[in-house]
Design a protein around this ligand. Structure first.
Ligand code: SAJ
Length: 414
C-alpha cells in the first residue's frame, strides 16, 4: 500500500520529530494536537520544544507544504499516536490521553487505515486502544474481531530515541514493531521504512509493549546499581568514579554512572508499568526505582552536612536539567534538590543553568539564577548536579578552596 497522507496525533518530543521525518520524505503529514498554541507555532514553521536541528526540519516541512498542524483529526492513510502516558497516584498507568486520541480519530477512520500506537504503554494498551475505536465504529472491523481480514490494521511501535539525538536516532535506530496480527505488523513496517534506516523487526503487540518497558527498566536497574555503589563508597571513603572505571576494565562488566537521581519522563516512569502489571514478581525493578528515587534526598543531606561548617553558607547548584546538554527540567532530580535546598537555606542558594533564560516557577524568587563565574566566586559549597559541557570546561583550580559535592563525577572523570 502507498501511504500518501500520514497523521501524527500528539506533537510533542516524539510526535513532532516523527511528523517532520515523514514530511522530509515528501509525505503529506497532518499533525494533530490539543494544544492550540503548539499548533499555531508549528504552522508558523516554528517549534515549541528544544531538540537540535528540529527547528530547521519543521520550518522546511511547513514552508514546503508537507506538514500542517490542526486541533481536529482529518482522514489519512495512517495514524500514529504519540501522546503522553504518565502515571496516576499509586504509580498506576494513566491511559486517558490514548483514550482521548482513540475517540478523536475514530470518526475519521476509513477501511484500510493503519493505526500505530507509539506512546510507551503498559502491556495490553494497544488492544485497549483498538477496543476504544471499535466501540465507536461498529461499521468497521478491527483485528480483535476479524483477525487478518480486519478493515483497520493496528500495531504498537514504541519510540526509542534519546532526547538530544532524536533526529539521528529516529532514522538509525532499529524499530520493534508489534502488530495485533502479522498483517498489521507488515503494514506498519512498510510505513516506518519510509524514513527508518535501522532494521524493523516484527513481533506481536504485547511483546513490543513489554520490550520498550524492559529497555528502560534495564537502564533504571543498572543506574540504581551505580547509585547504590556511590552511597556505599561514600560510607567506606572510596572514590566511586575511580572504582567504576577500574571495574569496567573487566571485559564483561559495564557499570553505568551514579548521579543525583534518575530524571526525565521515561526511565523514572516506565518501570512502574511493569510493577503495576506484576506487583508480586517485579521485586528488583521496584527496588531499583526506590533506590533511584531516594538519591536526591541523600544528596540534600550531604549538602546539609557539608554546609554546617559555615555560618551562612552560600550554595551554588550547577545544573537543573535532568541530564547533560539539554534544557529539559521535567522530572529532574536536580530541580527537586535545588527546591529542597532553597527551602532549607533561604536566600543562600545560587543556581547556574546555561540552557535556560528564566527560572521555573517553583524556584522563582527562592534562588538566584546566575552566571557560572559569579557562582563559582561567591559559593562556599559547590554542588555539581549536571555534567553540562560548560561545567566540564571549568578550571578545577577555581574550586580548590571550596567544598565541592560532585554528584556526576565531573571532576573525577575529567
Ligand atoms: N543517568 C544516570 N546515569 C547513567 C545514565 C543516565 O544517572 O549512567 C540518568 C540521567 O542523568 C537522567 C536519567 O538517567 O536523569 C535518564 O537519562 P538517559 O539518558 O538514560 O535516558 P532518557 O530518559 O533521556 O531516554 C531514555 C532512553 N532509553 C534508554 O537508553 C534505554 C531512550 O532511548 C528512550 O527513547 C527514552 O528513554 C524514552 O523515551 O523512553
Amino acid at each position: 500500500m502507498e501511504f500518501e497522507v500520514i497523521s501524527v496525533i500528539g506533537l510533542g518530543y516524539i510526535g513532532l520529530p516523527t511528523a517532520a521525518a515523514f514530511a522530509a520524505r515528501r509525505k503529506k503529514v497532518i499533525g494533530v494536537d490539543v494544544n492550540q498554541r503548539a499548533v499555531d507555532t508549528i504552522n508558523r514553521g516554528e517549534i515549541h520544544i528544544v531538540e537540535p536541528e528540529l527547528d530547521m526540519l519543521v520550518h522546511a516541512a511547513v514552508t514546503q507544504g508537507y506538514l500542517r498542524a490542526t486541533t481536529t483529526p482529518e482522514p489519512a492513510d495512517a495514524f500514529l499516536v504519540a501522546v503522553p502516558t504518565p502515571f496516576m497516584d499509586g504509580y498506576k498507568p494513566d491511559l486517558s490521553y490514548i483514550e482521548a486520541a482513540s475517540r478523536a480519530i475514530a470518526p475519521v477512520l476509513r477501511k484500510g487505515n493503519l493505526v500505530v500506537l507509539e506512546s510507551t504503554s503498559p502491556v495490553g494498551a494497544t488492544g485497549q486502544m483498538a477496543a476504544w475505536m471499535a466501540a465507536l465504529r461498529p461499521d468497521l472491523s478491527f483485528p480483535q474481531q476479524a483477525g487478518e481480514n480486519s478493515d483497520i490494521r493496528i500495531a504498537h511501535c514504541p519510540e526509542r530515541v534519546l532526547p538530544g539525538h532524536v533526529l539521528r536516532e529516529l532514522v538509525e535506530n532499529d524499530r520493534v514493531i508489534g502488530g495485533m496480527t502479522p498483517a498489521c505488523s507488515e503494514l506498519a513496517r512498510e510505513l516506518y521504512q519510509t524514513f527508518v534506516r535501522g532494521e524493523c523487526i516484527l513481533t506481536d503487540a504485547r511483546t513490543a509493549e513489554m520490550c520498550k518497558l524492559t529497555e528502560n527498566s534495564f537502564r533504571d536497574v543498572n543506574i540504581a546499581f551505580a547509585n547504590e555503589m556511590s552511597v556505599i563508597c561514600d560510607t567506606l571513603d572510596i572514590n566511586v568514579w575511580e572504582l567504576i572505571r577500574l571495574a569496567n576494565r573487566h571485559p564483561r562488566v559495564s557499570i553505568l554512572q551514579p548521579g543525583p537521581g534518575v530524571g526525565g519522563h521515561c526511565i523514572a516512569v516506565d518501570p512502574w508499568f511493569i510493577v503495576d502489571s506484576a506487583p508480586e514478581q517485579a521485586r528488583l525493578i521496584r527496588t531499583a526505582r526506590n533506590v533511584n528515587d531516594d538519591k536526591p534526598r541523600y544528596v540534600v543531606e550531604r549538602v546539609e552536612r557539608a554546609a554546617r561548617r559555615f555560618r551562612e553558607p552560600v550554595i551554588a547548584c550547577l545544573g537543573l536539567a535532568f541530564k547533560a546538554n539539554i534544557d529539559d527540567l521535567r522530572e529532574s532530580p536536580a530541580l527537586g534538590i535545588a527546591q529542597e535546598l532553597a527551602a532549607r537555606f533561604a536566600g543562600q542558594v545560587l543556581v547556574v543553568e546555561p540552557n535556560i533564560r528564566a527560572l521555573p516557577a517553583v524556584l522563582d524568587g527562592k534562588v538566584r539564577l546566575c552566571e557560572l563565574n559569579e557562582a563559582l566566586g561567591a559559593a562556599d559549597v559547590i554542588l555539581i548536579l549536571v555534567d553540562h559541557a560548560q561545567f566540564k570546561r571549568v578550571d578545577p583550580v577555581r574550586m580548590q578552596a571550596k567544598v565541592v559535592i560532585d554528584t556526576r563525577g565531573l571532576l573525577a572523570n575529567a
